[in-house]
Ligand binder design. Structure first.
Ligand code: CP3
Length: 344
């Protein structure tokens, strides 16, 4: 069947006059309706596991803006929780997890096939969305990449330099590799279940790929992504996959070919002109307006939005921000960005 939805056309390599658009963290705290639903749920994790309310917040930005894609509302840290790690969020600080620094902590984890008891509500959210989204809207599922999830799982929290994960990699390679392999297996199982529930595209978020250099980038950003994509394509050959090796720098070059990703998402540490020349030559790209424009708006937003559209005009492109929209963003700036993309 030929792809009809604009996002699927871009992922199939089609060049379109107007790029399709969605936005990372489009369901989030900058929207008053999100804050209201989150208050009803109680806290962030309760919202993730409440299928009805997670469906509602996923749909809110679709209703308000008519984005071309909806992204499942969940979090990359649900996978470690499903593997048996403790997980909680500290207001104003971010996630906390039980740590993994020794073999005994790894041995206590569940197997990759045992994650469904925890994650079933997420699959139910996907099913709800598959049956309630407008026919032109693409449903994107997602998971964190093994390295990024491992950095939280090993340290027990977000870290500025991913130091504890690098330390485990260098001091106890067998344990580090065991964590990476378990996460890679669990990610395959989790994304397969999302696809079977109705996700039309999946995205792999490697937010901390940029802290892996040289051979480490090949071994722990490229190789796990390649293994996940190969396993998913073997089972679900028609499902396109977006990879996001954030701040990958030169590592962005060749990432499509090395991993088999249909699309590579670009953050705003590189210019759209550079990405068009070095990355879009190999296939669809997604990105990469700086999310700060959603706070500041005005002429600069319009100018930079047009510059991103222009830079990527000759190849397949999905318009997005370079990273998630922040809670202090103005919802009117989001509308201005969309209007600019659709008129550019
Ligand atoms: O893009 C989307 O809207 C899809 C849903 C999604 C969320 N988080 C929802 C969320 C996705 C894809 C993520 C990914 C995620 N989560 C990453 C990788 C991508 C990135 O942004 O770098 C990471 C590192 C996490 C872990 C995580 N979850 C952090 C560091 C935080 C921030 C904690 C805080 O207090 O600000 C979260 C919370 C989170 N995940 C929110 C949302 C909408 C905010 C929750 C809230 O307080 O309502």
């Amino acid at each position: 069947m030929a792809a009809q939805k604009t996002i699927l056309k871009a992922l199939a390599g089609e060049v379109q006059d107007t790029p399709p658009i969605w936005m990372m963290r489009q369901a989030g705290r900058y929207l008053p309706e999100y804050r209201a639903t989150r208050a009803e749920a109680g806290d962030f994790l309760s919202l993730c596991y409440n299928s009805d309310l997670a469906t509602e917040v996923t749909l809110q930005p679709i209703r308000r803006y008519g984005f071309d894609a909806a992204i499942l509302f969940a979090d990359i840290l649900l996978v470690p929780q499903a593997l048996g790690a403790d997980l909680w969020f500290v207001t104003g600080e971010g996630p906390r997890l039980s740590t993994i620094t020794q073999q005994s902590e790894f041995d206590a984890l569940k197997g990759a096939d045992d994650i469904h008891d925890t994650l079933n509500p997420v699959y139910q959210t996907v099913r709800n969305l598959a049956s309630s989204l407008p026919s032109e809207t693409t449903l994107i599922g997602f998971a964190g990449a093994p390295w990024t999830v491992a950095t939280y799982m090993i340290a027990g929290r977000g870290t500025p330099d991913q130091g504890p994960a690098h330390a485990l990699k260098d001091e106890n390679r067998p344990l580090f590799e065991a964590v990476m392999n378990r996460l890679t297996d669990a990610t395959i199982v989790y994304l397969s279940a999302q696809i079977e529930a109705g996700a039309e595209v999946v995205k792999i978020f490697d937010s901390w790929a940029g802290s892996l250099k040289g051979q480490d980038f090949e071994d722990f950003a490229v190789a796990p992504t390649k293994r996940i994509i190969a396993a998913l394509k073997a089972k679900h050959p028609s499902i396109p996959i977006i990879a996001f090796p954030r701040e990958g720098g030169d590592g962005y070059i060749g990432f499509h070919e090395k991993t088999g990703a249909d699309c590579v998402a670009i953050d705003n540490s590189v210019s759209p002109e550079w990405a068009a020349e070095h990355v879009q030559v190999a296939g669809c790209v997604q990105g990469n307006l700086a999310s700060s424009h959603m706070v500041t708006g005005g002429d600069a937003l319009v100018r930079e939005t047009k510059a991103v559209v222009e830079a990527f005009r000759k190849g397949p492109h999905i318009f997005n921000l370079g990273h998630g929209i922040t809670p202090d963003a103005d919802p009117e700036n989001v509308q201005l960005m969309i209007d600019t993309v659709r008129e550019a």
